[in-house]
Ligand binder design. Structure first.
Ligand code: F3S
Length: 393
């Protein structure tokens, strides 16, 4: 792999231990995936911030990096952590909160923005064609497929190294040739709502491995529909991008897959572990991936002058940035008794420690993970039904 003189000096440790170890991570990765060089990135986004999902193992490494005095060299954001400052912090065991705060402190030392969101593109959308080193699968798929930026799916350590060095190996879908679709997916019936988009993503994620699909048959999807599709594709498999626009590319010799309506319906049924026609969830959770301003507005318009049912929690998860820019809608939502939860989400916090056994959600990604990561039963239902269940008649 070709390194510039400056990169070589960093690799050899001339600029200190932290830069050296970061260069070594990037070069090792580059060699594994046949990169010829490193390329500059516009931004980095680091996952594995929540203590719940990160665990103990990488804490020493983070601490050593933080105490080296090294800083990030490009704009760099963080994925959700494990609690929000307003509601969950005081309900979780003190030792978990303390360790999470310590981890966040390490990222502060390194200069990261305290974004704590899986939708960093709502804070600042990357430029079309910009190279990034992002590590949250839902954000990776959205950036590549909807925003037209270029990023591989980084792991936490490689995104961290890229944030410090400001570069990433020139491999995978940083190369134009590797961004072309290699499978044509024909959807027989356009998905009608966000759970059908999500279920389509889970169904395809399981069979596509790391292929890049050109998906035909979606009818005027909204940006939020595509966010659900991408988040599900990324969680059920290794898909990092999809094409969906008409005329995106020639489709001559591609492998072909047809998705029948029953494939989507069966996936929804499989994702829901509760089958009752009158489900009684402890938690109704929307905002996976974190809500956009548009989604917050939509929810506010329905909940205004209504109240959340007794014995039901209703969480709307988003970033503090979106909360800050949606003050009037936030006021309406909170007046109903619903909670706008920032900085975290139901999956990366300890819902089991909050006594939550059944979660209703409109996110196929959450439905995919919650039975294992939250030890919870799941009801997957569109926003309309989630709101109906959460609110008093
Ligand atoms: Fe984001 Fe949590 Fe879903 S991190 S993508 S809201 S699982």
């Amino acid at each position: 792999m070709y390194l510039t003189k400056e990169e070589e000096r960093a690799y050899d440790g001339e600029f200190g231990w932290a830069k050296q170890v970061c260069m070594r991570i990037l070069v090792k990765l580059g060699e594994l995936f046949d990169a010829r060089k490193l390329i500059p990135i516009e931004s980095a986004h680091v996952s594995g911030v929540s203590y719940k999902t990160l665990g103990e193992a990488p804490t020493d490494f983070l601490e050593a990096l933080a105490s080296s005095g090294e800083k990030i060299s490009v704009e760099a954001t963080l994925n959700p952590q494990s609690f929000d400052p307003q509601y969950l912090r005081k309900r979780l065991p003190e030792n978990l909160v303390r360790t999470q705060l310590k981890l966040c402190g390490f990222f502060d030392e390194l200069g990261f923005m305290r974004s704590f969101t899986c939708t960093p593109y709502y804070i600042k959308a990357p430029r079309k064609g910009a190279h990034l080193a992002w590590a949250e699968s839902s954000a990776v798929v959205y950036a590549n497929s909807v925003l037209g930026a270029w990023t591989n799916r980084e792991g936490g350590p490689s995104a961290l190294a890229a944030a410090i060095i400001g570069k990433t190996p020139d491999c995978g879908i940083h190369r134009a040739l590797n961004r072309k679709p290699n499978v044509l997916v024909r959807v027989e019936q356009p998905p009608k709502n966000e759970i059908e988009y999500g279920a389509l993503g889970i169904f395809l994620g399981k069979i596509l491995e790391d292929k890049i699909p050109l998906i035909k048959g979606l009818k005027n999807p909204t940006a939020e529909d595509l966010k659900q599709l991408g988040a599900a594709l990324g969680s059920a498999g290794m898909v990092n991008m999809f094409h969906y626009r008409d005329g995106a590319t020639k489709t001559g010799k591609l492998e072909r897959i047809t998705v029948e309506p029953k494939n989507v319906m069966e996936t929804i049924a499989e994702l829901s572990t509760v089958t009752s026609s009158k489900p009684k969830p402890d938690l109704v959770f929307v905002g996976c991936p974190h809500c956009s301003v548009n989604e917050i507005r939509k929810i506010a318009n329905v909940v205004v002058n209504k109240k959340v049912r007794d014995n039901t929690e209703f969480w709307v998860c988003t970033s503090c940035h979106v909360k800050e820019t949606s003050k009037e809608h936030v006021r309406k939502i909170e007046a109903s008794g619903a909670k706008i939860i920032t900085d975290t989400c139901a999956v990366v916090t300890w819902t089991d420690k909050l006594g939550i056994k059944t979660i209703m959600t409109n996110s196929a990604k959450t439905a995919h993970y919650a039975p294992t990561l939250n030890k919870a039963d799941v009801i997957l239902a569109p926003l309309k039904e989630c709101l109906k269940t959460a609110l008093k008649e």
